[in-house]
Design a protein around this ligand. Structure first.
Ligand code: NAD
Ligand code: ISE
Length: 335
């Protein structure tokens, strides 16, 4: 059976997800799209044989739409996730679930009132083969308890509109989710240090940033966010455990040797690095809709990420170690 999808937001990642739902994933068909840029929505709709509708609310209400993908700007996500939940339709929302913890709590309440899981958040690292191998190694138990994590998130460059807070809210949020997921526990505090700034940045931006997170059991995770590193897109993650370590592999690439030396390419952006993860994320999401509902990152994960990014943003502004205060996790979100 085909799942008929409505997509809200036909910008960069919206178009990429529409392409994968159309050309890569089986069992899905994009039937309706919308964007505040109506011309862009019309152009994308024509390309894939979908209808362009005036608003996100129209997409959600459309009887031909079985499930909704939200890829509009972050501040608009909560409204659409709440409307899809009220309509009883599964909704895949790109990160962030919402830009405030209060809105995330409203989504948790709405989903529980609906009585079944409807919301999945786009933390795609959980679908990356390398991250999954790391998770298997940690869960296998042979390494003993995790003690430390060392992570790095480097982008070649960012546009002038990127602000210092976005290093936490837009970029580090992926590691915040990955740390919680890999260790299976919550983050309890955050600290952000701002070292010497690179020359390759806009004047307003603190880059790089060095973040420190502490988990419930006392694991310490450090994270370098460096969004103007110049050389490419580079994601690193090593966990130090009692009896060994486990490190995220770099994606496979050919090693070329010539008389002048040996070299391997460096990926340039997240689309290349996590393309396979995005494909699997959507394949599993579509499959889950035939089989009891979403199994991926939940609204709780979106809420936790929002509270932790709030704490880290405060830490950036104050220079202090800031405690993370999550509500008690409802049974609904314990699997
Ligand atoms: P973008 O600006 O390229 O696209 C967003 C689109 O949403 C634009 O076309 C805009 O006109 C449209 N839009 C804005 N408000 C709308 C509304 N109310 N209704 C309908 N359309 C609306 O941005 P993007 O890079 O595609 O990012 C979109 C989302 O995806 C963001 O939340 C971003 O954080 C997330 N994202 C996730 C990843 C990842 O690695 N998982 C990577 C990039 C972006
Ligand atoms: C962007 O929004 C993403 O989600 C990318 O994965 C990340 O690498 C980048 O820093 C963000 O701006």
């Amino acid at each position: 059976m085909t799942v008929h999808i409505g997509v809200i937001g036909t910008g960069m990642i919206g178009q990429d997800h529409i392409r994968r739902l159309t050309d890569v994933v089986t069992g899905a068909d994009v039937v309706a799209v919308t964007d505040v840029d109506a011309a862009r929505a019309a152009e994308v709709a024509a390309r894939v044989g979908a209808r362009a509708l005036p608003t996100g609310q129209d997409v959600i209400a459309d009887p031909a739409v079985d499930a909704v993908v939200v890829t509009s700007w972050g501040p608009t996500h909560a409204e659409y996730v709440l409307a899809a939940t009220a309509a009883g339709k599964p909704v895949f929302c790109e990160k962030p679930l919402a830009t405030t913890a209060e809105d995330c709590l409203r989504i948790l309440e709405a989903e529980q009132a609906a009585g079944r899981g409807l919301v999945q958040v786009g933390f795609m690292r959980r679908y990356d083969p390398g991250y999954r191998a790391v998770k298997r190694a940690l869960d296998g138990g042979q390494l003993g308890h995790p003690l430390l994590m060392h992570c790095a998130h480097r982008n070649a460059s960012v546009p002038e509109s990127y602000r210092s807070e976005m290093a936490v809210q837009d970029t580090a949020v992926h590691e915040i989710d990955a740390i919680r997921w890999l260790l299976g526990e919550e983050i309890v505090s955050a600290q952000v240090l701002t070292p010497r700034r690179t020359r390759h940045r806009f004047a307003h931006l603190a880059d790089p940033q060095f973040m420190l997170f502490e988990t419930e059991s006392g694991v310490r995770a450090d994270l370098e966010v460096f969004v103007n590193c110049q050389y490419g897109y580079d994601i690193q993650c090593e966990t130090v455990c009692e009896s060994g370590t486990v490190r995220l592999p770099d994606p496979a690439d050919a090693i070329v040797k010539t008389a002048t030396g040996q070299r391997t390419g460096v990926l340039q952006d997240w689309k290349q690095r996590f393309g396979a993860a995005f494909d699997l994320e959507f394949a599993e999401w579509i499959a889950s809709l035939h089989d009891g509902g979403p199994t991926g990152p939940s609204a709780w994960d979106g809420y936790a990420a929002a509270v932790i990014t709030d704490a880290a943003t405060e830490a950036l502004h104050t220079g202090r170690v800031v405690s993370v205060r999550l509500k008690d996790r409802p049974d609904f979100y314990r699997s």
